[in-house]
Design a protein around this ligand. Structure first.
Ligand code: NDP
Length: 246
């Protein structure tokens, strides 16, 4: 039996890309899923697809930038399934731009979703996990959480922050038997570049994504981390396309 069987897993950003692929991958291995994102039509469609394939999933429309909504997501999960085994803090966006362009609203949104969203997720599930001395928090960083560069200053900043937060969390909670995993993908085919508002830059970035790997590649890595025995914590994984240099 898979070590994923019957685990209750919350996935943020489940409405597309890596979150959606992860939901399908671990639902096929017996997880009970709680799908969260803002687009209800996408969540409903995914829930139906999982159920049609014999899996278990519920969903809750959630904006990760709302501390209240993240707390409600955890409460809803406990009411419906009685426990929380895993949180996948996956929701994120990447509106790349040069700093001199002063896209301040986009900086704010990235900080709100990519950093505060992760913190609110951790805050929402920690009380239950600490009380039960069991749990697993998986945070999506990036190769951009290891290296920064032009147009990626703010995005990289948020992804460096995710790694710093994850390592602090690990050192605070390992003694409560709570596992932490940082997933750092390279280029992955998804809707991620859609938030780049500079048309010329989007064109260049999309060109660079031509060799991107599919979201399922990351979903398999997340499933691997979840299915390890409880005394094994996969703390970090970097997963790039073989052809990616950066
Ligand atoms: P997508 O754009 O396909 O998915 C992003 C998800 O985040 C969507 O489901 C979106 O749902 C959700 N989201 C965005 N804002 C919010 C919000 N305020 N509240 C709740 N959900 C939100 O991109 P990916 O699947 O590629 O991205 C997933 C994660 O992987 C991100 O953290 C990203 O930074 C990271 N990553 C991706 C890489 C790639 O090349 N694709 C590389 C490295 C890291 P909705 O709009 O319905 O709310």
């Amino acid at each position: 039996m898979s070590n994923i069987q019957d685990k209750v897993v919350i996935i943020t950003g489940a409405s597309s890309g890596i979150g959606e692929a992860t939901a399908k991958e671990i639902a096929s291995k017996g997880a009970k899923l709680v799908l969260a994102a803002r687009r209800e039509d996408r969540l409903k469609k995914l829930q139906e697809e999982i159920q049609d394939n014999g899996g278990q999933a519920i969903y809750k429309v959630t904006d990760v930038t709302s501390h209240e909504q993240m707390e409600e997501l955890a409460e809803y999960t406990l009411n419906q399934f009685g426990k929380i085994d895993v949180l996948v803090n996956n929701a994120g966006l990447m509106p790349l731009s040069f700093l001199h362009q002063k896209k301040v609203k986009e900086w704010d949104t990235m900080i709100d979703v990519n950093i505060k969203g992760v913190l609110y997720g951790i805050a929402a599930v920690l009380p239950f996990m600490r009380e039960h001395k069991s749990g697993h928090i998986i945070n999506l960083s990036s190769v951009a959480g290891h290296v920064s560069g032009p147009t990626a200053a703010v995005y990289s900043g948020t992804k460096f922050a995710v790694r710093a937060i994850s390592e602090g969390l690990r050192k605070e909670e390992f003694s409560n038997n709570i596992r932490t995993t940082i997933i750092s993908p390279g280029s992955v085919t998804s809707e991620l570049t859609e938030t780049i508002s500079d048309v010329n830059l989007k064109f260049v970035v999309d060109e660079g994504y031509k060799d991107a790997i599919d979201s399922e590649s990351i979903a398999r890595a997340i499933a691997f981390a979840i299915e390890q025995p409880s005394d094994v914590a996969v703390n970090e994984m970097l997963i790039r396309p073989t052809s990616q240099e950066l």
